[in-house]
Write a protein of this length. Structure first.
Length: 440
């Protein structure tokens, strides 16, 4: 029986496993965590709007039907090597998994453009649940530190938040922080007024949401400013430390005092991309993603396919030129199903097919009643809208793509409660480390 190993349980890995578990192949899915994470809503965990179980589910529960059929094995482990010559995947436990076909869907991580060592400790990113918990701790404790601070300048620094990166994650994070400061925390402190909080969105490109048309980008910036977010477009970050960041907007280096800096700017492929390049000789792009063949395989290694955020893939429409596949969840899910179908075609001796991505559109939420969206409708073409209609559409789409009825129901109830009450029920953090007592 054909042995298939899938590395990664993100959207692409889950879809590939579901598709292959229906066929006469032996599938092993490996991930270093025990859960699948709905990353588009991870920022809501970081901002105390949702609890972790609302957007995460155990892999074994999601794939329980496939496991029960006897064709799927799920293992928790870290991949440390891929032995291409002998067709085996090595895990940190010492176990080796032989394969006939390999699908790599290891995802992506943060990129600080060469400043990982000095910027990452002061500006955490948002890719995992651990990242979300750390950001939530920093955000909530910033208000507590401001309440305890007597120096006006230091208090202002604690009440200043800088979000680096004007993509969907940065825009959504900045808008949510503004709502927390203006509404959720209002009246809960005696010494500070949370409405005086300063939120700055720093984007190196000329505009936020650069993947969207200019008019939608402009509407997003207007909606952010209406919420009280200061948008600094065309501002390149040059330094980050514990007390703030430096940026250059074309007029020399300027200082932004902010005790809380959130990184939403750069994305780098999983280190497995470099490992594949060493083992197979494949080419990587600037972000470390594997440049794949039209059918998602690696050149010279038809039995290895790379999907999701780790793949620099192109879509090959029936008409027109190939276009890059965006790093979004629908793209990863479609690649997962496509890779599974091509794998089965190859095992039957049939020709594989070039990947064709179906783009359903783009959207980003900014805050209460604020969002922008562009949807590609059949026979109509791209339809652009913003404000309340886009916000309601964003709610529906994210509920639809959540895995499991329980998660959909819980998130819907949490959103409904937050809508009418402005409350965020997950505002709980572990005990903060206390400074050591002075030596006597």
């Amino acid at each position: 029986m054909t042995k298939v190993v899938i590395i990664g349980c993100g959207f692409g890995g889950i879809e590939a496993a579901r598709s292959l578990a229906k066929s006469n192949v032996d599938v092993t899915l490996v991930d270093r965590t025990n859960h699948h994470l709905f990353q588009p809503l991870l920022y809501q965990v970081a901002t105390a709007g949702l609890s972790a179980p609302s957007i995460a589910a155990p892999i074994r529960h999601i794939l329980r039907k496939q496991i029960a059929r006897g064709r799927l094995t799920v293992l928790m482990g870290e991949v440390v090597d891929i032995d291409v010559a002998n067709r085996a995947v090595a895990l940190d436990s010492g176990e080796r998994l032989p394969y006939d076909e390999l699908i790599v869907a290891a995802g992506a991580t943060h990129s600080y453009f060469g400043h990982e060592a000095d910027w990452a400790p002061h500006a955490p990113g948002l890719k995992t649940l651990a990242d979300a918990f750390e950001l939530r701790r920093r955000v909530l404790l910033a208000f507590e530190r401001a309440e305890c601070e007597s120096d006006p300048a230091e208090r202002a620094a604690w009440l200043s938040f800088a979000v680096v990166g004007g993509g969907p994650t940065g825009v959504e994070m900045a808008g949510t922080l503004a709502e927390i400061a203006r509404h959720t925390l209002r009246g809960e402190y005696k010494r500070i007024d949370s409405r005086a909080t300063r939120i700055v969105l720093v984007e190196g490109a000329p505009r936020v949401l650069g993947a969207l048309p200019e008019d939608l980008s402009a509407r997003a910036a207007q909606q952010l400013e209406k919420l009280g977010v200061q948008v600094l477009a065309g501002a390149r970050v040059t330094g980050i430390d514990a007390s703030g960041l430096d940026y250059d907007a074309g007029h020399g280096t300027q200082r932004l005092p902010a005790r809380t800096v959130i990184w939403a700017a750069g994305v780098a492929a999983s280190p497995l991309g470099r490992l594949l390049a060493e083992r197979t000789g494949c080419t990587l792009d600037r972000a470390g993603r594997v440049i794949v063949e039209p059918d998602l395989s690696i050149a010279g290694h038809a039995n290895i396919q790379v999907i999701g955020d780790l793949a620099a893939a192109k879509s090959y429409p029936t008409r027109g030129e190939p276009t890059p596949v965006p790093g979004v969840s629908p793209g990863a899910k479609q690649m997962g199903r496509w890779a599974a179908a091509n794998l089965l075609r190859r095992r039957r001796g049939d020709a594989t097919r070039r990947f064709r991505y179906i783009d359903y559109g783009s959207l980003a939420t900014i805050g209460r009643h604020s969002a922008v969206a562009m949807v590609d409708l059949p026979l109509v073409g791209p339809v652009k809208f913003s404000g309340l209609p886009a916000w309601l559409f964003w709610l529906f789409i994210h509920l639809y793509f959540l895995i499991g009825f329980r998660n959909r129901f819980v998130v819907l109830m949490d959103w409904a409660w937050a809508y009418f009450s402005f409350e965020r029920h997950a505002r709980v953090v572990a005990d903060a480390p206390r400074p050591a007592p002075p030596q006597t």
